[in-house]
Each structure stands twice: as C-alpha cells, then as structure tokens.
Design a protein around this ligand. Structure first.
Ligand SMILES: Nc1nc2c(ncn2[C@@H]2O[C@H](COP(=O)(O)OP(=O)(O)OP(=O)(O)O)[C@@H](O)[C@H]2O)c(=O)[nH]1
Ligand SMILES: [Mg+2]
Length: 460
C-alpha cells in the first residue's frame, strides 16, 4: 500500500501568507532534483548540476525553472543525507523567500522534476516505517503540532521523546518473558522446564497498566481539552460570563432577552487545560422560529459538553425554567453560577443542582471570576492532579489498548489461579502482548496506520 522508494514533496509551512514557505522532500531523488533546480550563489541562473552540498548545511541561491531558465525565487536550501534525517531517507528543504505563491511554484517544479506529492502524514509515516519513531511517538508529532496549551505541549513533547513508549516496552518485555516460559512449558515436559511462578510478574504488569489507564483521564484533558457549556434562561448573563472568561468582548450582550440566538464557541487556556467554552441561547419557550432553533442548539451543546455552567440571576427568585434546565443537565458535572451579585440579592435556598458547587459572581464587575475558574479546574481533575513519575496517557486509542491488555492479563491470572492448562493461559498473554504492541506499532495493522496518519497535515 505504501511506496517508500520514490521521492515525495510537500509544502510543510501552513497555508496562507507568511514570511517564508518551506518545500520539503524525502526520498532517493532529493539530490538530483535539487541539483536540477537550485542555482547556488548570488544572482546565478546556472543550475547546480555539479553542486555537491555538504549534509545539514544551508545554501543560499535561487530556484531556476530548468525549462525556461526563469528564476522562481531566492531561497535557502539544505540537503540532509540519510540516515540522520526525519524520515531516515535523504531529505531536502527549500526555504522560499516569498510566501505561498512562490512556494507553490517551487513545489510544482519539484513535481515536474519527478517527485510525487506527499499524502497527509507521509513524511512521519516514513519516519515510523524506517524505525526513526515508533507509533506512539509519531502520534505525538501531531499532538505537538496541535497542542493548545503549554501543559499540553509539554505532555506531547514527552511522548515524542519516548517516555510512554519506553514504559510500554518495559511492560511488554515482562509479558514476553512470561509468554516464553509458558510456551516452553507447552513444548517440553515438566521435568525439563522447572515450574515458575507467573503470578508475581502478571500482578506487577497489571498494576502498571492500571496506573497508566488511570493517568489517561487527566492526560486526555491536556491533549483534547474539555467542552464547557454555559446554559441558563434568557438574560441571566451567559454571554457576559463568556466574555469575562475570554477577557474579550466576543459575544453580543444586551438587556434584551433572546440576544444570543446561536451557539458560539471559543477556547481559553485555563491553568493549562484547553477549555472550549460554548455560549448558548437562553433556554425558554419561544414562538419565534429562529429562537426555537437556537434553543434546540443549546440543548445539543449541553448534551455534547463535558461539563455545564448553569447560570441563574441573583436578583430574581428561582423559576420553573431554571429547574427545567437543571433537569436537562442531569448528572453531568456542573457548577451553579449565581450571577449579578452586584445587585441586591434574592435569598436563594433552593438546591438547584444537588451536590454541585455554587459560585456567586458578577459577570459585570468580574468579582468571583477566579473562584469559578478554580471550581472548573477542580471539577475537571476532581481535585487531584496526578503527581506520579509515570508518563501520562493522552490518547484514547492508547487507553483502549491498555484496557484490552489489562483485561487479558487479568484473565490470564484468573486462569492460572484455577489451574487452567498453560496453552490457554498463553493465549491471554499473547493477546495482551499484541494489545501493547498496537500502541508502539509493532502489531499495528495497515488499516490502523491509515486511520492515524490520515489525520496529519500534508507536509508533516
Ligand atoms: N448588574 C449586572 N448585570 C449583568 C451582569 N451580567 C450580565 N448583566 C446584564 O444582563 C443583561 C443580559 O446579559 P447577557 O450576557 O446578554 O445575558 P444572556 O444570558 O447571554 O442572555 P441571552 O443571550 O438573551 O440568553 C445585560 O444587560 C447585561 O449587561 C451582572 O453580573 N451584573
Ligand atoms: Mg447571550
């Protein structure tokens, strides 16, 4: 399915106007293509047929169309000889002086010179297939690119460095040793292979797997962030609260109920957590068609949120509409926000969201905002921030594989304790070994690779 011996090319810089654009190539044809296009030195239009670059050096010159002798752009070019490169193949980078138009032209010239347009993630796929990165590290490349906060970036960089992979490999090795023993027991008689206790190593593996799985809830939050819906009756100050949390005047605020008609999303960095805030239309019975549709969207936004902030108005008694919205929240993690405390308060004794924390604030003055932010963090991490030396699991795919592995290890332990024949125990252990291999890529199928790498951007 994947060809590895041709030369791929792509624009690696983001689409849009920028100071530079980077065209990146990987494969055996990189040097001849560069020699055909690059004219080294000042104002030269002679392409560098005999140009012999030193590896990992930067050269100044021009890209010249070999057919028309027209100069495409002034560039900096580097040639990186295999195997000390990102893909472990020869890699060439052309830093175009101009923006997107120039880099497009240079890209076209590389295509005309025999390179093929890289598919999304194909450079990283090559890095994986040539053993430069394992699968978890390759996935971390994408996480680094996409990190939304410093904390998220830190976790991704750690995974890219191989901390998770190392941990997984250690556990896998322990299991492989158990498996080797079990297989020896299958093949040889009991007097040839002295009996060994496999409970202890399986227990230790299970404990590590459990810890890793436990870290995933927090890790995934750093990677993906959480969605928090701001819900409530019309006019209670939802949009004002959104603006406060964003610290900009993003949403329209007016004294007219029904101001917000559509949901609106923005991301904030809340102590390292990427928090997607969703402002919603006030939920109320309305005859207006647009408002009705807006209310429907509010319900959907609430349903798909990880947590909710139910906003009520401090100067008004609790109403049926408030209770109804509280009912919609159900058992979803939530915070009761009593807004407008700068106004005379109505005594509120009713427990709208039993068990939920209540925060009193004023979206108008900002009073109480920090308390709300802190309440959100507490709600998300249930008060405890993991402080172990274990790498964080940040990827749902990894969590699933770890759970599969754990289940198989547990079933192997159970089987062992009731004296099940070793060949059956070996089946469970093999399944656990394979599940772990899916994380680092040893046992990943082509389908899985395709799913993972199709998420990448072109040029990475
Ligand atoms: N005094 C006071 N007024 C506030 C506060 N928060 C919001 N308001 C006012 O309440 C009115 C409604 O605010 P919005 O933020 O538009 O309320 P909303 O819940 O988004 O309303 P809809 O979009 O209609 O559902 C505006 O006049 C705000 O200025 C507050 O903390 N104190
Ligand atoms: Mg609003």
């Amino acid at each position: 399915m994947y060809s590895l011996d041709d030369t791929i090319t792509a624009i690696s810089s983001p689409i849009g106007e920028g100071g530079i654009g980077i065209v990146k190539m990987s494969g055996p044809g990189v040097l001849p293509i560069l020699q055909g296009l690059f004219a080294p030195g000042k104002a030269s239009t002679q392409n560098g047929r005999s140009w012999q670059p030193a590896s990992h050096h930067l050269y100044h010159g021009h890209i010249v169309d070999p057919e028309t002798q027209e100069t495409a752009d002034e560039v900096l070019v580097s040639f990186m000889k295999a195997p000390h490169t990102y893909t472990r193949q020869d890699v060439g980078e052309i830093n175009c002086h101009g923006g997107i138009v120039a880099s497009r032209r240079v890209l076209e010239l590389t295509l005309r010179s025999g390179a093929r347009l890289a598919s999304p993630g194909e450079m990283t796929l090559r890095a994986f297939l040539f053993g430069r990165l394992d699968l978890a590290q390759a996935e971390a490349v994408l996480d680094v690119v996409r990190a939304k906060t410093e904390a998220g970036l830190r976790v991704a960089v750690e995974q890219l460095g191989g901390s998770l992979s190392e941990q997984i490999r250690d556990v896998r090795t322990e299991l492989v040793q158990v498996l080797a023993y079990l297989e020896a027991r299958i093949d040889f008689s009991e007097d040839e292979i002295p009996e060994r206790d496999i409970t202890a190593p399986l227990l230790s593996v299970a404990a590590t797997l459990e810890q890793l799985i436990e870290s995933a809830d927090q890790g995934m939050i750093y990677r993906q962030g959480i969605r928090g819906a701001i819900v409530g009756r019309p006019n209670v100050g939802k949009s004002s609260l959104l603006n406060r949390l964003l610290r900009t005047s993003r949403a329209i605020v007016t004294p007219i109920p029904g101001t917000t008609r559509d949901t609106l999303e923005e991301t904030v960095n809340l102590h390292g957590i990427p928090l997607v805030l969703v402002d919603t239309a006030g939920i109320a019975d309305s005859q207006d068609l647009v408002e009705k549709l807006g209310v429907e969207r509010s319900r959907q936004a609430l349903a798909s949120a990880d947590m909710a902030m139910l906003v009520i108005d401090a100067k008004e008694p609790v109403q049926d509409a408030d209770r109804e919205i509280a009912g919609l929240i159900g058992s979803k993690p939530a915070i009761l926000v009593i807004n407008k405390i700068d106004l005379p308060l109505e005594a509120k004794t009713e427990d709208l969201l039993p068990g939920a924390r209540r925060v009193e604030l004023s979206a108008l003055t900002g009073e109480g905002l920090e308390e709300l932010e802190e309440a959100i963090v507490q709600l998300v991490f249930s008060g405890e921030v993991l402080a172990s030396e274990m790498p964080l699991v940040t990827n749902p795919r990894h969590k699933q594989a770890l759970q599969d592995a754990l289940q198989n290890v547990q079933s192997a332990m159970e089987a062992n304790s009731v004296g099940t024949p070793v060949d059956l125990i070996a089946i469970d252990v093999t399944a656990a070994v394979n599940a772990l291999g899916e994380i680092t890529g040893e046992t990943a199928t082509e389908d899985l690779l395709e799913v993972i790498f199709s998420e990448f951007c072109v040029g990475k």
